[in-house]
Each structure stands twice: as structure tokens, then as C-alpha cells.
Design a protein around this ligand. Structure first.
Ligand SMILES: [Zn+2]
Length: 477
């Protein structure tokens, strides 16, 4: 049974009741999913989660007692200490930090203003990884490009010595799909501009709000192309630039960035487990990333995920019945600056990856889960997925199709190594209002929505960990 085709069939059938009917019969007719006892236990976990979990208390503690925690910084080290303490206090097994080294970027100061024709300050922030300007700043006339594609088409040398500005038309979407496309203006834009001779780079923040909070985020300099300073304008300030530039070819701005890089800085992945009772070497991985950008307190990105997944692990532990397999919580380090923790984990655990049954990360804020997908390659995996879907349907989560394996950014290196994933898709319509801004703070989270996420994680993680179901196709002999 190919789940994807089945799901397409359901979508065409077009009604939820038909779909639920199909769920029941598919599970009954095909391969074995979860045992009756295991299903009853999962249902109990779901009910308990909905009466209140520790998720909100965990995010509150992290964002209050640690605050912003930029990858490789002293603050990220304090976050690891916080995590080791709280995970030990909750009584989990195998609590440890798996350290790795990285080059740590630091923001010191940043500023920008219109010099001519209408002098005024601009709300900006440096993109993560930006090189500094000189102390005097970088003064330049601005070349405005509506989209990154327009910049790509600009002739070589056409922006020589100028500051290239790139806009975009990112939309608010439930699945956040707009971000994947538009954030190329941030990640790839600086080197594209520099390859055409630009001395500096500005973008409209990759975000959906209309407040004066610029959105930071990593850029990716290409080798052999000059590294130019790069900043994001808040959306209203980007409007201002576009408005002035429409009538003034001589729009001139000055930008200042003071930043530095510290080689061989420390980061780490913090791990905690519930040890499996029968197959402790088989691992179900869940988690979230512990680092955040430095502007807000990282409540939404990704304190929420830390709270959700840690609370799910705690809920399962408190229920007192150990699962058949090991459940491993990984609080990934240095995600924001290039999935460095995820890459380190893959290297450090290479020999055990074949025994990683499935993985999932919570890294899309604190909104409710509305869809689940999995890249199951087996009939028994499909049957267990349907069991999970049946238990999550009453809390507003329906199975759907997906174009590609997912599970969260920190799973990408594991996916490349063949680890299957399951994804609990959260409603992301507000996510990019706050993402990577100073406005990413605790007050934006809703405890009941976090608890719904915990319920979904607890059900899925318990059912997979308590089974012997594999999601990987057996390699052909
Ligand atoms: Zn994140």
C-alpha cells in the first residue's frame, strides 16, 4: 500500500468521514499497527496532555533564566547548563552534552540611515554572519530590485560600488511554504550582489509583519566572491526605501555593521532519554533546537519546540510504563547558523543511524498542529501511521501528503543518511511575523496550543517507541 496514493485518493473523495472510514479499514485489513494495550496507553497520554503539561513552564524558564542564546555564545553555553539541570531534575536517563566546535559570529552594533534626499534613520539589523563595515560605515547609492530574480538578471558590474536592495512578496501561509522560496534573498542574495560589484546589501525582511522589527537570519557567502556587509530592513522601512527610490535615482544610504567571528567556540547537543525496555538500541528521536537568534528571547523559535518535546518526554515518563524502544530527546545546538549540531550528531552517531527508527523536530513556533505526514516505506509503517492519525483526529490533526520528507531542519542530515521522519505540521500563519525578530518573546505563546502539540508528540512517540514497526524499506537482496 502506498500511503501517498491512498492519501491522494482520500483527498479526491473529499470528506473527512470517508477518510476516517478508510483509516479504520486499512489498518484492519493490512499489516499490524499498534497493539490494543499500546493504543489505550496512547489515548491516556493524549487525555493527560490536554489537561495541562509542563511545556509552557519549560519555555518560560528557558526564555526568562537564559534569554537570547546565539549559537556558540556564552549564552548558548548557559542554555546547555540550564537544559542539563532541568533534564536531570526531571529524572531522565542518559542526560549529557555532546560537544562540538564552531566559528561563532557575534553582533556588536548596527545602524542605517537615509543620507539623501530625505535624511532619516532606518530600522535595520545585520544578517547573521555579515562582515563588518569600516568604522565610518558604508555610504552608497541604492539600486532597487523588486525581486532576487531581478538582481540575478542584472548585468555584471551594473551595481559596482553601490548598495543593492532586494524586495520580495512573501505571503502568509499555513505551512510556511512562502519562506522556503523567499529566504533565498537573505541567504544567497549577498554573494549574488557582490558578484555584480555591489559594496553592500539590503533586503526587505523575510517576514510577514508590518511592524518596525527587522528579521535577522543567516546569510551564506560563496567562496571566491567578496564578502559584503548585509542587513535587513523592517517591512515599513523597506516600503520607505522603495517609495523614495521610485522618484529618486540618487537615493543614498549609509549602513554600519560591527560584528566579529570567534573561531573554535563551543557548542553542543544536549540529550536525554527514556531507555527502552526491550530494544534499548532502537531509537526514536525527537527534539528542538536550543540556540536562538540574539534579538528576541527565542520563545517562538525555538523555545516552544523545547517546551513541547521535553514536556512530551516527561508525560511519557510520568505515566510510568517504559516503551519497548528508547526515546531520545535531542536539544540541538547551533541550528540557526547552518544545522551545525545536526551535522555533528550525524558524525558522532554514524554507526547507530541504522537503528534510528524515526525522527521528528518541533521547530515552527507554538501554533496548533493541523496535519501529520510521514515518509513510511513499509506496510506496517503505514498501518502504524494510520493508528497515530486515528488518535490525533479528535484533536484537529488530519493526515496529509507532503512533497518531500520533512520532520524539521535538524533532521535533514539524518534524512540524508536514510532515517525516516514523521512531521507534525503546525499552523504557521503568524510564525513569520515574529521569526528572527526582537519581537520573538514569551507573551506570543499560548499554553493550550502548546499542550495540543505535546499531546500529538506523546501519542506518536509512544506508539512508535512501543512497537517493533519499521518504516524503512528492506533493501533488495
Ligand atoms: Zn528554528
Amino acid at each position: 500500500m502506498d500511503l501517498r496514493n491512498l492519501l491522494i485518493g482520500w483527498r479526491q473523495a473529499g470528506t473527512v468521514s470517508l477518510m476516517l472510514c478508510a483509516l479504520g479499514s486499512a489498518a484492519a485489513a493490512g499489516a499490524e499497527g499498534a497493539s490494543r494495550e499500546s493504543l489505550a496507553h496512547a489515548e491516556m497520554l493524549r487525555s493527560r496532555a490536554l489537561t495541562g503539561t509542563s511545556a509552557m513552564a519549560i519555555v518560560t524558564s528557558l526564555t526568562t533564566e537564559v534569554g537570547p542564546r546565539l549559537a556558540g555564545s556564552e549564552a548558548e553555553a548557559r542554555a546547555r547548563k540550564w537544559a542539563l539541570q532541568i533534564l536531570t531534575a526531571k529524572g531522565f536517563a542518559g542526560v549529557r552534552n555532546e560537544a562540538f566546535e564552531m566559528d561563532a559570529w557575534q553582533r556588536h552594533d548596527e545602524r542605517a540611515e537615509i543620507i539623501a534626499p530625505y535624511p532619516q534613520p532606518l530600522a535595520v539589523t545585520a544578517l547573521g554572519g555579515s562582515v563588518p563595515t569600516s568604522e565610518a560605515g558604508l555610504l552608497g547609492e541604492v539600486s532597487v530590485f523588486e525581486t532576487l530574480e531581478d538582481l540575478k538578471r542584472a548585468p555584471a558590474g551594473s551595481v559596482a560600488g553601490r548598495i543593492a536592495y532586494v524586495g520580495h512578496a512573501m505571503q502568509r501561509t499555513q505551512d510556511g511554504s512562502s519562506y522556503g522560496y523567499f529566504n533565498e534573498a537573505r541567504t544567497a542574495g549577498p554573494s549574488i550582489a557582490a558578484s555584480k560589484g555591489a559594496a553592500g546589501y539590503l533586503i526587505r525582511s523575510v517576514g510577514t509583519d508590518s511592524h518596525r522589527f527587522p528579521h535577522t537570519g543567516s546569510l551564506r557567502y560563496e567562496v571566491d566572491i567578496p564578502r559584503i556587509p548585509a542587513m535587513a530592513l523592517s517591512n515599513p522601512d523597506a516600503d520607505q526605501i522603495e517609495r523614495v527610490a521610485a522618484d529618486h535615482q540618487d537615493l543614498t544610504v549609509r549602513i554600519w555593521v560591527d560584528s566579529s567571528e570567534r573561531p573554535a567556540a563551543q557548542s553542543g547537543n544536549v540529550i536525554a532519554e527514556i531507555t527502552g525496555r526491550e530494544a534499548p538500541e532502537e531509537i526514536v528521536v525527537i527534539g528542538a533546537h536550543l540556540d536562538s537568534w540574539d534579538l528576541g528571547t527565542g520563545a517562538v523559535d525555538d523555545g516552544a519546540g523545547v517546551g513541547i518535546t521535553m514536556a512530551a518526554l516527561e508525560l511519557i515518563k510520568q505515566a510510568g510504563l517504559p516503551p519497548r524502544r528508547t526515546i531520545r530527546l535531542v536539544l540541538w545546538g547551533a541550528e540557526e547558523v547552518g544545522l551545525l549540531g545536526a551535522r555533528a550528531y550525524r558524525e558522532q552517531h554514524e554507526a547507530a543511524l541504522a537503528q534510528h527508527v524515526i525522527g521528528s523536530e518541533s521547530d515552527f513556533g507554538g501554533g496548533r498542529v493541523w496535519k501529520l505526514t510521514a515518509d513510511s516505506q513499509t506496510e506496517e509503517g503505514d498501518a502504524l501511521f494510520l493508528d497515530i492519525a486515528n488518535l490525533l483526529a479528535p484533536i484537529g490533526i488530519a493526515p496529509g501528503s507532503d512533497d518531500q520528507p520533512g520532520g524539521g531542519p535538524d533532521l535533514y542530515p539524518l534524512i540524508a543518511a536514510g532515517v525516516p521522519t514523521l512531521r507534525l505540521h503546525q499552523d504557521g500563519r503568524d510564525y513569520f511575523d515574529l521569526h528572527h525578530t526582537a519581537d520573538d518573546t514569551l507573551d506570543k505563546l499560548d499554553a493550550a496550543a502548546l499542550d495540543q502539540n505535546v499531546a500529538a508528540f506523546a501519542v506518536f512517540v509512544w506508539l512508535v517507541a512501543d512497537s517493533d514497526v519499521t518504516f524503512r524499506a528492506v533493501p533488495p537482496q
